[in-house]
Design a protein around this ligand. Structure first.
Ligand code: PRP
Length: 208
């Protein structure tokens, strides 16, 4: 049996993704052994897993280094990788939103300063509103920007809302709901279609 290369997103989401794959019958005991290894395989069920940075999953899949992977819809919307989106896993649910200091009043005659790590999503959103913005591209801790006057608002992921609440910020507009998606390399989908189909239907069946 040929092995299916599967890119898993490192971190909290990845642990849940792995559990879903395991419950669907694609377990890999080696992945639970302590150590610094990066690649784990279980030839019996035909999978080879590797952990990558969540925002890198779609790069591995697009270029065929991974046959399939799991990426947040935020990443797919931001980077528009040329991959097939096969299935909504229904986990990692959150939303992309505009947030601002509580009580923020937008002056539509002024250019809005927007801090984000999702530049393409923010650009498309404000273009759809015909709003001129000054984009400030940050790589993390986006919530800090309006607190220090670096930006007026942020475009970021909101899950429980506690990061906003604890920093006296609030959602002012919702942009799009997000969840984790199973994605596939386009050539692999053709040549390893049967193996990909097996995982897909096992995951979909679990979902019920
Ligand atoms: C994300 C996001 C928010 C936070 C939202 O950050 O950027 O900061 O989670 O979650 P909450 O609504 O449950 O508080 P992440 O942990 O990915 O780190 P980052 O600072 O690198 O963006």
């Amino acid at each position: 049996m040929s092995m299916l290369n599967v890119a898993l997103p490192k971190g909290r989401l990845g642990e849940r993704v792995l559990s879903l794959f395991e419950e669907a019958g694609f377990s890999c005991p080696a992945i639970h052994e302590p150590g610094r290894r990066l690649v784990f395989e279980n030839p019996e069920v035909g999978v080879r897993y590797f952990w990558v940075k969540p925002s890198d999953v779609s790069i591995y899949v697009e270029r065929g280094a991974a046959d399939i992977g799991v990426a947040g819809r935020d990443i797919l919307l931001e980077y528009k990788p040329d991959v097939y989106e096969l299935f909504d896993l229904g986990i990692g649910k959150c939303r992309m939103a505009v947030a601002a200091p509580v009580g923020f009043r937008d002056d539509r005659d002024r250019t809005l300063r927007v801090a984000t790590k999702f530049g393409a999503i923010a650009k498309a959103y404000y273009a759809s509103l015909g709003r001129e913005i000054d984009m400030i591209h940050l790589n993390g801790s986006i919530e800090l920007a309006p607190l220090l006057g670096l930006s007026d608002v942020i475009v970021d992921i909101v899950e429980t809302g506690s990061t906003l609440r604890e920093n006296n910020l609030e959602v002012v507009e919702e942009i799009v709901p997000i969840s984790a998606r199973l994605i596939a390399n386009k050539a692999a989908y053709k040549f390893k279609g049967e193996a990909i189909g097996r995982i897909l239907s096992a995951l979909a069946e679990k979902e019920g």
